[in-house]
Design a protein around this ligand. Structure first.
Ligand SMILES: [Zn+2]
Length: 325
């Protein structure tokens, strides 16, 4: 009977079998260092990547081991070139194509990490975020002793550029609604919606690969782009079809746009509580939204978040888990 009295509480006529407790969501890093190798999508350059655990409050920092360990923080202020990929630059030191790894960090709930690379561009791997998610899973997650600070959207922000649109609206959660429209038989109008807090990222977004059109390839090569592209790392579209099927999702293209958007919005430097709506946007509009947001402090507030711990005695014994996976 003592057990019953301790563990069952009657509240407003309902039974609560577990002790109720609300716990702050804490910052997370990885448990151990992990590494991989690959080539850059645009540079074609070979690169070795290593992800290391980092202390609370560090955020995500890129470190060029080929340039005496020069560090470039993954924050909006360091955004340099934004066209077919998002690149950071500080004092002339470039870190290219950051969006897929940063997206995986957000999706896996990683706040703090050092990312070492020995060249100027991150590896493209299979063109999706899945290899990075697997790498982070191999490293394991570690909760840290500081409440994660979120950026909560207070007022709507809308940016328009021709028929392109991107907006952020207040919400208690982080969700993304994206639509694209390409006159291509495999794409056409595609729309997809995702709430990051309900576990959809790892299965529904991370595997979606980047894509490109054969008829644009030559012009891009002339600009020094896609030197590392192949059927192993890009969905290659002809005017009528796809050179390297099968698709991982029938709407893989719009899902990849969401992957990119989450990676670009990571440059806010904190996890977001808000609803993003995007229509035919791209890296330039994603990063424009970030700088517009950070410029106007009346648009947001910093906050911490509590979540219900249904079984507090058990949860402390469980390993850290991806909050968004
Ligand atoms: Zn991408």
């Amino acid at each position: 009977m003592v057990w019953l009295i301790c563990h069952i509480r009657i509240l407003a006529g309902r039974f609560y079998p577990y002790q109720e407790e609300r716990v702050l969501i804490l910052e997370q890093t990885i448990r151990s260092a992990v590494a991989c190798r690959g080539i850059g999508l645009h540079s074609g350059a070979p690169v070795a990547l290593r992800i290391l655990p980092a202390a609370v409050g560090t955020g995500i920092i890129f470190r060029r081991t080929d340039l005496d360990g020069f560090e470039v923080e993954a924050i909006s202020r360091n955004v340099a070139r934004v066209s077919y990929a998002t690149s950071l630059m500080k004092k002339g030191v470039l870190i290219s194509t950051t969006e897929h790894l940063l997206s995986a960090f957000v999706g896996m709930g990683i706040d703090n990490a050092i990312v070492e690379l020995d060249n100027l561009e991150l590896p493209i791997l299979d063109g999706s975020g899945r290899p990075f998610v697997e790498l982070i899973r191999r490293a394991g997650l570690r909760q840290q002793r500081r409440a994660r600070r979120y950026l909560r959207i207070l007022r709507a922000i809308e940016l328009r550029e021709g028929n392109k649109f991107i907006a952020l609206y207040p919400s208690d959660r982080y969700s993304v609604s994206y639509s694209i429209n390409f006159s291509h038989p495999l794409i056409g109008q595609e729309a997809h919606e995702l709430e990051l807090t309900n576990g959809q990222y790892v299965s529904g977004i991370a595997p979606a690969r980047t894509f490109g059109f054969v008829h644009e390839a030559e012009a891009m090569r002339q600009q020094g782009l896609i030197r590392g592209a192949s059927s192993e790392n890009v969905l290659i579209l002809t005017r009528e079809g796809l050179i390297n099927p099968p698709l991982r999702f029938s709407d893989e293209f719009v899902r990849h746009k969401i992957l990119d958007l989450i990676g670009d919005l990571a440059l806010v430097g904190r996890q977001i509580l808000g609803r993003v709506v995007a229509d035919r946007a791209g890296h330039a509009m994603h990063t424009a939204l970030v700088s517009r947001l950070l410029r106007d402090q009346s648009l947001w507030e910093e906050t911490t978040v509590e979540e219900e711990s249904k079984q507090s005695s058990l949860s402390s014994a469980l390993p850290a888990r991806p909050l968004l996976a």
